[in-house]
Design a binder for this molecule. Sequence first.
Ligand code: EPZ
Length: 427
Amino acid sequence: MSEEVIIVRGNNTLTGEVNASGAKNSALKLMAAALLANGTTKLHNVPVISDITIMGEVLKCLGARVTREGHTLSIDTVNVDKHETPYELVSKMRASISVLGPLIGRFGVARVAMPGGCQIGARKIDMHLVGLEALGVHFRVQHGFLEATTPNGLVGAHVVLDFPSVGATENLLMAAVVSEGHTVIENAAREPEIADLANMLNSMGARVTGAGSSIIEIEGVPLESLHACEHTTVGDRIEAGTFLAGGALVGQPLTVRGIDPGFLRMALMKLTAMGCEVETGDDWITVRRYRPLQATEIQTLPHPGFPTDLQAQFMLLCACAQGNSVVTENVFENRFMFAAELSRMGADITIDDHHALVRGVDHLQGAPVKSTDLRAGAALVLAGIVAEGETKVYRIEHIDRGYEDYVGKLQSLGADVRREMLDGPSL
Ligand code: EPZ
């Protein structure tokens, strides 16, 4: 059986400038939000990644026409007449659950396959359901599908989330914009992608205030009053953070353009604490390092805390730092699998429940390793750049879900990295 892998040679080179693509974790929801209006929505700065392709398939299943020209998607929803998503697509990409809110908003009913868990955790959706029930949605689970109805319509409510769930905040937001009356979402997620979604909804005619803070308020408007719009996706802070971690790791100047530094304040603080120099402009960030990386403590938390999606990349920095670091994963219950793969390259990491003790080592050795999720995969490729010898990264379909032309961007920064089709057993 053949498998495409990424082969990296440890040439200790990663320097220059790279452009961040549009944010995967925003664009996917912006696509879903297009369902709330009839007409052609144009989304700019949409990354060319497989998750976007899958979301496009989901929208086409509903009756939408989705076309792409470069980084611009056009989504024509005039013929959207179905309210059911197929299990085959939802099982490929959990983020398909983001159509639940807009489908309920558009049709008052929805039938969405229950998303499964994934490598990093159970990925429950109970908060999505409890919040939507507060808006008047009734749910039944039948044969693995969520069946939603709104017998008395969608009615605004004061919802308090147990945890600032990104997905729950987004689904609630997309249903609340066409609910009768006033809705408050308390303990809302504050990730920058939430504000991006709210900005698009407002340009469609919605009335959302407070997005980006933990209290979002929505004045419901009639569904018919919402109209298609044109919107540009914000830069991908996690992709940007991944490249900046690579720059910090190798120690040569590296600049990422097309990103608001305000999206990465905590990660930039950590880079500085670990011995890097960070310079920022309106839409660019440069990292440099002139002395050895220093150990640190990292606690992943909802935004504005340290992002869980940069945990693996910074664990790699800790593995190559002087001294002992502690990395605590507070967001997902099983997001340390990267540590086992990095240990195959010589890292010294001890896991104790949701804490990882990372003892810095002098060098890493190239080895065959496998991606356990897209961020871990991206970090393993970075590890190969500073490891002795050759590293083969398997299961790179994970990386292709969220990183546009990752190998090409790394090559443009001087890394000795390539994709290659290998025959023989997969890892
Ligand atoms: C989004 O996932 C992102 N995915 C994730 O990025 C990111 O890690 C996560 O937010 C946190 O920032 C997309 O946007 C497509 P949550 P989401 O709801 O919405 C639990 C990547 O690498 N929870 O904030 O699923 C849940 O199990 C991906 O790009 C419930 O228990 O995140 C998790 O432990 C990985 N019940 C925690 O909350 C719920 O109803 C955070 O989940 C909802 C969530």
